[in-house]
Design a protein around this ligand. Structure first.
Ligand code: ADP
Ligand code: ZN
Length: 641
């Protein structure tokens, strides 16, 4: 519901981690405590303790039945002659190596034992302390180790001098093109690489120069690693892999020596494929200043370039590198003879998603009611990895619910879980719950009443992890998302929907009661409105793009040096246009909500009772109050069984 809340939540998480380690320390000292108390534990468990002289007197009087002497603890336990058997023995302090006591016991013919080393000796305490020390040291080591995963982390010190190669080698990947779906164009382009690896002689015989490097460009999770593995699998050659971030070390020269090691091994196993993930970690523009002109990185990069230049015509090594930031790469990497082939790996479209779902559902039990087409429609913008994760989450939910096969319900829940967060226990009936209900119904009502938007899928006030108090969800038209063809009317309605939450709060509770719950909505509004004015030519400023790409949103954008290409004067106009759009949309949202206040109250009542309302149910309630026709969702065609 709100970024602000989310941030607070993540603080909460951090703090609780801290609290956890504190608790660890505390339970550690509690352990120490119990270790120490073992020392004198016996001292207090008798009601009355008598003096040593009284004890001797008792022995001499012949009142004592039996004595156990614990020399190490400096005590003796005794039972009296007239004591009943279920009474606990009593204790007395004694001296160490006390011949007088032994003598007296002998004389009186008292039955006695000397217990050499019971559990309560000082050794236990010492051992406990040693153990504690050991645990603390291993914990410390663990932390250091962990922090060493970050390049240049302090834990590197521990690895000093051990420049062991950190690459991985798989003799055969077991992956082939059949396992990669939804990125057909990239697959086609790379088909050729398989042939190069398989029959390099054919090409070199007629003087063709085999490419050495291919750069795969795409967002995380689109299957770049998978694709590289599939190429090696198809060609039947070994697969070497390393991540760019593993090159970058604290000590100058380590990265370069790793590169040397890697290529030495690769040459021994040629033909083979070398995969470098996250190449931007080493391959950034030299001297660009990002990361502070890192000497080590430059050396590593230079070594990489040297190795690639050193390939003779047909060493049979092909290097595939992956990145999602080609814009920051050093141009030297992209020169002919290096990574001169670049292949885009895009987020999958509807057909691609369907293909990926087919691949990943092969080994899963799907219920009769599952339609992969419907899932593919519901998941525009998902990457291959996200889809694989989605099916896995659904399978986990199915197992937890002790069902035989995954049903649509588990898919729905898994989608919410991966997109929004885990569901938490519902809120108690508080004002907060009312506020959230009005906020979410505000969004949902506009999704239903506005004409140029996508219909409501569901609205809920069951909180989610990450500080989400509830949400209203649309079924986006997947064609529009895949093609990116958003109309002005659609964008305007979307802004109204975002503002609907706040509008409803204000309408019902008044300006003073407005919460921070809308902060992420407002951010989205600002972004959309700005795009419309500056990039899409959808304002009175005319049909002109004032900025090339939105900052950071598109992974190809050179966001580190992007700047607006217009004057101060224009900037003022842009701001005015943005404000105009937002004000207009907000007023529209307020008006629609005000005119349908009864309906709003009714819907909130239902939502408070049910906590989740699905789209159809919501529309049924709306139709009772609203006479104009409302748009109905075009549901994905389900196969008729
Ligand atoms: P990247 O290297 O682009 O970040 P990966 O190749 O590591 O992505 O993808 C992670 C996982 O997601 C893969 O192991 C695979 O299970 C799944 N996946 C991603 N893209 C695809 C795809 N196009 N087809 C099938 N599975 C995919
Ligand atoms: Zn909202």
């Amino acid at each position: 519901m709100s970024k602000g809340l989310r941030a607070l939540q993540s603080w909460g998480a951090k703090l609780s981690v801290l609290a956890m380690s504190l608790a660890l320390v505390q339970s550690g000292s509690a352990l120490a405590q119990s270790g120490f108390s073992g020392w004198g534990s016996g001292q207090n468990n008798t009601a009355e303790s008598i003096s040593y002289s009284d004890f001797l007197a008792k022995i001499e009087a012949g009142n004592i039945e039996q004595v156990d002497i614990y020399e190490s603890r400096g005590i003796a336990e005794y039972t009296l002659k007239n004591q009943s058997s279920d009474e606990a023995p009593q204790q007395v302090r004694i001296f160490e190596r006390d011949p007088e006591l032994i003598e007296a016991l002998r004389q009186q013919g008292v039955n006695f034992n000397q217990v050499p080393n019971d559990g309560g000796s000082p050794w236990v305490g010492i051992l406990t302390q040693l153990l504690l020390g050991f645990i603390l040291i291993s914990l410390l080591l663990m932390f250091l180790r962990r922090s060493s995963n970050a390049p240049g982390g302090p834990g590197q010190i521990l690895n000093f001098g051990k420049s062991r190669a950190r690459f991985h080698m798989e003799a055969s990947t077991g992956v082939n093109f059949g396992d990669v779906a939804g990125i057909e164009e990239a697959k086609e382009e790379l088909q050729e690489v398989v042939t190069f690896l398989k029959q390099s002689e054919k090409f070199t015989a007629i003087g063709a120069r085999i490419p050495r490097g291919v750069l795969l460009i795409g967002a995380p999770g689109t299957g770049k690693t998978l694709l590289a593995k599939a190429i090696a699998g198809e060609a039947g050659v070994p697969f070497f892999s390393i991540s760019g971030s593993e090159f970058v070390e604290m000590f100058v020269g380590v990265g370069a020596s790793r590169v040397r090691d890697l290529f030495k091994k690769a040459k021994e196993s040629a033909p083979c494929l070398v995969f470098i993930d996250e190449i931007d970690a080493v391959g950034r523009q030299r001297g660009a200043g990002i990361g502070g002109g890192n000497d080590e990185r430059e050396q590593t990069l230079n070594q990489l370039l040297t190795e690639m230049d050193g390939f003779e015509g047909n060493t049979g090594i092909i290097v595939i590198a992956a990145t999602n930031r080609p814009d920051v790469l050093d141009t030297a990497l992209l020169r002919p003879g290096r990574f001169d082939r670049q292949v885009m790996v895009d987020l999958p479209t509807y057909k691609g998603r369907l293909g990926i779902l087919e691949v990943h559902s092969r080994d899963k039990k799907l219920g009769e009611d599952i339609s992969l087409e419907a899932i593919a429609r519901r998941t525009p913008g998902f990457s291959g990895a996200a889809l694989a994760n989605l099916l896995n989450e659904a399978a986990i939910l199915t197992a937890r619910r002790r069902k035989e096969a995954i049903t649509t319900l588990e898919i729905e829940d898994a989608i919410d879980r991966v997109t929004i967060g885990m569901s938490m226990t519902p809120l108690m009936d508080t004002k907060k719950k009312w506020l959230i209900a009005y906020h979410e119904v505000g969004h949902a009502l506009l999704m239903t009443l506005l004409k140029n938007t996508d219909p409501l899928n569901k609205v809920t006030i069951i909180p989610r992890s990450g500080g989400v108090g509830g949400f209203a969800q649309q079924v986006f038209d997947e064609e529009r998302v895949d093609s990116g063809l958003y109309s002005r009317a659609w964008l305007m309605d979307q802004i109204k929907i975002y503002l609907g939450g706040r509008a409803s709060e204000v309408e019902v509770f008044g300006d003073a009661e407005v919460t921070i719950g809308a902060s992420s909505d407002l951010q989205a509004v600002g972004k959309l409105a700005r795009e419309m004015v500056t990039r899409l030519g959808m304002s009175d400023l005319g049909h002109v793009a004032l900025e090339s790409e939105s900052n950071g949103d598109v992974f190809l954008g050179r966001d580190w040096n992007s700047r607006s290409e217009y004057s101060e004067d224009m900037a003022v106009k842009v701001d005015r246009e943005i404000r105009e759009i937002v004000t207009h949309c907000y007023e529209e949202a307020r008006r629609l909500i005000r005119e349908n206040r009864d309906l709003l109250d009714k819907l909130v009542e239902v939502l408070l009772e049910k906590e989740t309302i699905d789209g159809d149910e919501f529309r049924t309630v709306v139709k009772q109050y609203y006479t104009d026709p409302i748009k109905e969702p075009v549901l994905p065609q389900l196969p008729v069984a």
